[in-house]
Design a protein. Structure first.
Length: 152
């Protein structure tokens, strides 16, 4: 589901999706993109790209919010508590998103692709927030292949 959510991303550099789950129930989803009512990078270009900012640095210089932030915001907007949840993301959370997830009381983070942010890992370890890479990529591909008709 996080992979499907990532297809809605309006980021021109990286498509990321996130799903917040509690007791096998989906509470919220998110993808990276500009805030509601603002222009999207797919329409006006990427400020980070224009300034030559590498991945993993200067997160504040971006029009978009990360998928994890948007999933937490969606839960908050609907009054849905996420304490002790598991969040599934396509990419390992950055330090900003890790801080948000720690403070929101997230219980576990599962991601598919590592992200170059050592501070993120340090913060999660200090907070004893269970996190790790999803190891069964073949299962994901089997599910996607069965759920999405692949075009030739």
């Amino acid at each position: 589901m996080a992979l499907i959510a990532s297809t809605r991303s309006t980021c021109v550099r990286r498509r990321v999706g996130a799903v917040i789950v509690l007791e096998n129930r989906i509470l919220a989803t998110g993808y990276n993109g500009s805030p509601a009512g603002t222009q999207h990078c797919t329409d006006i270009g990427c400020l980070r790209q224009q300034l030559g900012i590498p991945s993993g640095e200067r997160h504040e210089i971006c029009r978009g919010s990360h998928a994890e932030m948007n999933a937490v915001a969606q839960a908050a907007a609907s009054g849905t508590a996420i304490r002790s949840c598991t969040i599934y993301t396509t990419v390992e959370p950055c330090s900003m998103c890790s801080k948000l997830l720690i403070n929101a009381g997230c219980g576990r983070i599962v991601y598919m692709v590592p992200y170059p942010d050592e501070l993120s890992r340090t913060l999660r370890e200090e907070a004893a927030l269970d996190s790790g890479i999803y190891e069964d990529r073949e299962a994901v591909m089997r599910v996607l292949h069965g759920a999405i008709p692949l075009q030739k």
